[in-house]
Ligand binder design. Structure first.
Ligand code: NAD
Ligand code: TYD
Length: 344
């Protein structure tokens, strides 16, 4: 079996590659990645010499190059993680999100149609469902919740999902879609909440919480997401959407306080700053379908997962310190330099 993993030099894609190489040593894994600011070859260092693994630097929007690679490698399965993934960047510049997340998905599916495929899997997000109000703890996202997006990022992911379902219905492409909640764990790019707060706290820098910090996310340890995708590939029903989430609702402010506590840093580092535009209040997944149909359950609870994650960042400083000392400094200055403090 040859499996194409796009976006495999990023956070979740790399963790998925590690999972697949360990679980299916006879499979061939080909990682397709453009190496944008979010992609890091150093992340894949430990598998580069593995004979069952190949890395190809490629843009999923580059139709000719993608077709050539399909002809050469004849993949059986394509798992598409490649995306622009940060909401704040999508608010600054939506265009690249539409190109990669929508048109890139189309190029990959066209290649699948042309060369034949056993499965095309689209890695999507719970953000396609929009948000839920804080005062309705009884509400969860199910696979039937209407698509109702807020940010250019979520709109681009939802557009791709619609296109994936259209390719299934119109051309009979054997597709599946997974919509996961917020992931955390090793190799998470330091622009995102948890690694950003760990890195800043370790440097005794301000911890910028958007608004009051009452927004709720449903956090899942990345390895649990990878196992869920593996199950969908091997046992999931073609044409279906599967939600993935761990019933682990946390307010942003509580996560930041927990990180301070774990690192022995004072909460006085926390600053409340101007809120994100269109900021979604609450995401929470109902994972009943993947549990009932495929037997999936998360294995790592948040209390353990956050400790493991913090330990990983402490033990792998070179990985993230290299990132935050490069182009990231300009990004940080642009996003946070002029962000006004707010009183809460
Ligand atoms: P990431 O930003 O860490 O990694 C994205 C990877 O895609 C990078 O390696 C980047 O170089 C690559 N890439 C970007 N544009 C490309 C292009 N045009 N061609 C080839 N490669 C390209 O993202 P992530 O957090 O690992 O997310 C992976 C996927 O999972 C995304 O589709 C995202 O929407 C989805 N998702 C993420 C989360 C989360 O919490 N991070 C939750 C649910 C779903
Ligand atoms: P993020 O990690 O960007 O994921 P997403 O927006 O996809 O959920 O943000 C998680 C939450 O943390 C979100 O409510 C925004 C908030 N946040 C901050 O308060 N400060 C920050 O510096 C960042 C990056 C995020």
């Amino acid at each position: 079996m040859t499996v194409f993993v796009t976006g495999g030099a990023g956070f979740i894609g790399s963790n998925f590659i590690f999972h697949m190489l360990a679980a299916y040593p006879d499979d061939r894994i080909v990682c397709l990645d453009k190496l944008t600011y979010a992609g890091n070859l150093s992340t894949l260092e430990s598998v580069m010499q593995n004979p069952g693994f190949r890395f190809v630097k490629i843009d999923i929007c580059d139709r000719a190059a993608i077709y050539r690679l399909f002809e050469e490698e004849k993949p059986d399965i394509v798992v598409n993680f490649a995306a622009e993934s940060h909401v704040d960047r999508s608010i600054e510049n939506p265009e690249i999100f539409l190109q990669t997340n929508i048109l890139g998905t189309q190029v990959l599916m066209d290649a699948c149609r042309r060369y034949g495929i056993q499965r095309y899997h689209q890695v999507s997000t719970d953000e396609v469902y929009g948000d839920l109000p804080l005062d309705r703890p009884d509400l969860f996202f199910t696979e039937e919740t209407p698509i109702h997006t807020s940010s250019p990022y979520s709109a681009s992911k939802a557009s791709a999902d619609l296109l994936v379902m259209a390719y299934h219905r119109t051309y009979g492409l054997p597709v599946t879609i997974s919509r996961c909640s917020n992931n955390y764990g090793p190799y998470h790019f330091p622009e995102k909440l948890i690694p950003l707060m760990i890195a800043n706290a370790l440097a005794d820098k301000p911890l910028p919480v958007y608004g009051e910090g009452l927004n709720v996310r449903d956090w899942l340890y990345v390895a649990d997401h990878c196992r869920a995708i593996d199950l969908i590939l091997h046992k999931g029903r073609v044409g279906e959407v599967y939600n993935i989430g761990g019933h682990n609702e946390m307010r942003n402010i509580d996560i930041v306080k927990l990180i301070c506590k774990e690192l022995g840093k004072p909460e006085s580092l926390i600053v409340h700053v101007e809120d994100r535009k269109g900021h979604d209040m609450r995401y929470v997944i109902d994972p009943a379908k993947i549990h009932n149909e495929l037997g999936w359950l998360p294995e790592t609870g948040f209390a353990d997962g956050i400790k493991k994650t913090i330990r990983w960042y402490l033990e792998n400083r070179a990985w993230w310190e290299t990132i935050i000392s490069g182009e990231y400094r300009n990004y940080y200055e642009k996003m946070y330099g002029n962000r006004a403090e707010v009183q809460v």
